[in-house]
Design a protein around this ligand. Structure first.
Ligand SMILES: Cc1ncc(C[n+]2csc(CCOP(=O)(O)OP(=O)(O)O)c2C)c(N)n1
Ligand SMILES: [Mg+2]
Length: 386
């Protein structure tokens, strides 16, 4: 596959695969990136739009999964205020280390919908080249590293990167995410420990959505609050209503300020995972629907919409109008990505060695014979000359 070499603004040389064209194909109208200072009403509208974008993407991606078009979908429905509010304080140069559900924050910060949806399809526009499971986003342009399914690993990576930023004298803040379940991982404890000892510019966001697959929060810890865990690492811990986007934004701004002074902190956002753990899960097997219904009454988007209407920042038709716009954008991009070819099979053995070594060529050539016989190979997938 052809490689293009480009100079980044920082003068570093980045290589970009020719297949990484999703960003270029992105429609011009994206949900705007988080803006530092907007009027209260403008900020409210922007937050609402970004929260709605998550809901629309979730709904569409789950449908695509159910239709067999994409392999896996993890939803953030119910968590929109936590995700958008906690990332709102970040500047473009800051970093976001995500777990399963923060893709919407990357979109808010400028990841094109094209990249998001191409990654769901793992097609030839996927910037991960189909080497990640779908729903495992990454976006270089917004400092959003690829995340791992292995719980808590992003926490140590984020702390290491924040330490590097401090050592290099950079004014960068790293927001490091995890779920309630991640607080039982070794990554959580070693990450918070070293962040406290080294005083790195980061803040941790634990989105307590009530469940870690089928383990409920009260069985995850005997602590009164996950925020109490911060004390053990010499940092402040704050528990905030994760369904109240204004409260989350205020808390994130405070943690961001602290991080800039090299004081890490732990933000625990209490919310609820409205859907199953993922498209592979049936939550009715382990939780009471009454609990879900009670949280539905505290829907973060409904709550915020009401607040904006009461403040006369929007009228009652506003939400439906924005939702339709977002649906049109997402649908347009889905149609575009549906047409994109699959990743060439040849890329299976590329990018590790400068030249594909003989033993890998041999294995690939044996494999392509089978793929051709089964009709899975396309012209670009041909055998490597031995
Ligand atoms: C080290 C490790 N153990 C177990 C799993 C299986 N697993 C995947 S997601 C998950 C629960 C995560 O829960 P939480 O951290 O609360 O995040 P949420 O999914 O609720 O956003 C588990 C146990 C895993 N991926 N990695
Ligand atoms: Mg959880």
């Amino acid at each position: 596959m052809a490689k293009a070499t480009t100079k980044t603004k920082a003068g570093r040389v980045a290589t970009k695969s020719a297949a990484h064209s999703a960003s270029k194909a992105a429609p011009a109208k994206q949900p705007a990136a988080a803006s530092a200072r907007l009027s209260k009403a403008e900020e409210g509208k922007a937050l609402l739009r970004h929260m709605l974008a998550i809901r629309v993407l979730d709904e569409r991606m789950l449908k695509l999964q159910r239709a067999g078009r994409v392999g896996f979908a993890g939803s953030a429905t119910g968590l929109e205020a936590s995700i958008i509010g906690s990332a709102w304080a970040l500047r473009p140069k800051d970093w976001l280390w995500s777990g399963l559900r923060e893709g919407g924050a990357a979109v808010m910060r400028g990841m094109p919908l094209a990249d998001y949806i191409a990654q769901m399809y793992c097609n030839s526009n996927d910037t991960a080249k189909g080497r990640q499971m779908c729903n495992h986003f990454q976006h270089k342009g917004t400092n959003y590293p690829s995340w791992s399914s292995v719980i808590g690993t992003q926490i140590v990576h984020g702390v290491g990167a924040a330490y590097a930023a401090k050592s290099r004298g950079l004014d960068e803040v790293h927001a490091i995410y995890g779920g309630d379940g991640s607080t039982s991982s070794s990554g959580f404890h070693s990450g918070l420990n070293f962040a406290g000892v080294w005083r790195v510019p980061c803040y941790f966001v634990v989105i307590d959505n009530g469940w870690a697959i089928s383990v409920c929060s009260r069985n995850q810890t005997a602590a009164k609050s996950y925020a109490d865990k911060a004390a053990a690492y010499g940092m402040p811990g704050f528990e905030v209503d994760g369904n109240d986007v204004d409260a989350v934004v205020a808390a994130a701004r405070r943690s961001h300020e602290l991080a800039r002074k090299h004081q890490p902190s732990l933000l625990v956002l209490t919310s609820y995972r409205m859907m199953g753990h993922s498209s592979s899960d049936d939550p009715t097997k382990y939780r009471d629907e009454k609990e879900v219904a009670a949280w539905r009454r505290r829907d973060p988007i409904d709550l915020f919409e009401k607040r904006l209407v009461a403040a006369k920042a929007i009228d009652k038709k506003h939400r439906a109008k924005v939702q339709l716009e977002l649906e049109a954008l997402v649908d347009e991009e889905i149609h575009r990505q549906e047409q994109a070819p699959k990743m060439a099979l040849k890329t299976l053995v590329e990018d590790v060695y400068a030249e594909v070594p003989r033993h890998l060529r041999k294995q690939y050539n044996a494999f392509i014979e089978v793929a051709e016989r089964l009709g899975h190979a396309t012209p670009g997938d041909g055998a490597f000359p031995l």
